[in-house]
Design a binder for this molecule. Structure first.
Ligand code: LER
Ligand code: MN
Length: 286
């Protein structure tokens, strides 16, 4: 009888542990930082991960040796890699009469294969200059070019379990896809499960898009970037209150991560403050 009771208690404890495990995702434990250049500081500060640059770190148009050197450096000195941004350089045009889709696809496929070797799960496609639609070029045609590129990238990425996440950028950086709602609509248009969108709070603020866009596009939101509006300072510098964004993320049951992407004045002193500020605000958003 006692044995039975003990095993029943053990099963109950196991179930409780399993349930609390799946319920226990906390955004506060999933804060990373953009930029491998400062990755050593990120590691010293105990950041969850680093978001590296596609063009510099995965270096798709450089030989494999260069990439393997970057990978060895990351293994020795950086926190785990999770995402990569800065996808296409501005000379690989993605829309307009000079769009070079064969080059973009070849570049993208190498990026995806290398991302997989690096353990990267999300490739963020911002690349404002590369995707900007030239004046007088028909928007519909540009959109077809972009969607066709996304389709090819998504097909390759799905073989590696990688998500291609469109990054909406403020209109100072590009004239194409400036809001989370627009980005999510294009992602849906591809009909691909592994094409999604990210929310960069700094760009959202610049475009006057509020946290309600997070809720409205929950089905496609996989990743976030954060910096204070205006000067793009680190969280904690101006004292911006991000809790409305965190409340929205909590409401949709967000299980993605958030990368600090800002201009540092003195990263050694600002990063620990930024991390604490975000953790406190995430807790306060309950
Ligand atoms: C990239 O993540 C981004 O937010 C851009 O502002 C970089 O130009
Ligand atoms: Mn960003």
């Amino acid at each position: 009888m006692r044995k039975l009771l003990i095993s029943a208690l053990a099963v109950a404890a196991f179930v409780a542990a399993t349930v609390s495990c799946s319920d226990s995702f906390t955004l506060a434990d999933h804060i990373g930082m953009c930029g491998e250049k400062n990755g050593v500081v990120a590691k010293d500060c105990g950041m969850d991960y680093v978001e590296v640059s596609v063009s510099r770190f995965l270096a798709p148009e450089k030989d494999e040796g260069r990439f393997l050197e970057n990978l060895a450096f990351a293994a020795d000195s950086l926190p785990p890699l999770y995402a990569a941004n800065g996808f296409f350089p501005k000379d690989i045009k993605l829309t307009g009469p000079e769009a070079d889709l064969p080059r973009a696809i070849a570049y993208g496929k190498t990026a995806i294969q290398r991302a997989s070797k690096a353990g990267i799960e999300i490739l963020v496609l911002g690349s404002g200059a590369a995707r900007t639609i030239p004046e007088e070029f028909p928007c519909e045609e540009a959109q077809n070019q972009f969607v066709s590129l996304l389709d090819s990238l998504a097909e390759e990425a799905s073989a590696y379990g990688i998500v291609i996440a469109i990054e909406p950028l403020q209109s100072k950086e590009t004239n194409y896809i400036n809001t989370v709602s627009e980005g999510a609509a294009i992602a849906r248009l591809t009909g691909r499960e592994n094409v999604a969108v990210i929310a960069d709070f700094y760009h959202m603020a610049a475009e006057g898009e509020g946290p309600e866009a997070i809720i409205a596009n929950a089905d496609k939101l996989v990743h976030c970037h954060v910096a204070e509006p205006g000067k793009r300072t680190a969280p904690g510098v101006q004292g911006t209150d991000f809790t409305p964004y965190f409340k929205a993320l909590r409401q949709i049951g967000y299980k993605g991560r958030i990368s600090i992407e800002c201009r540092w004045s003195d990263i050694r002193s600002e990063l620990p403050v930024a991390l604490e500020t975000l953790k406190d605000q995430i807790k306060a958003s309950k």
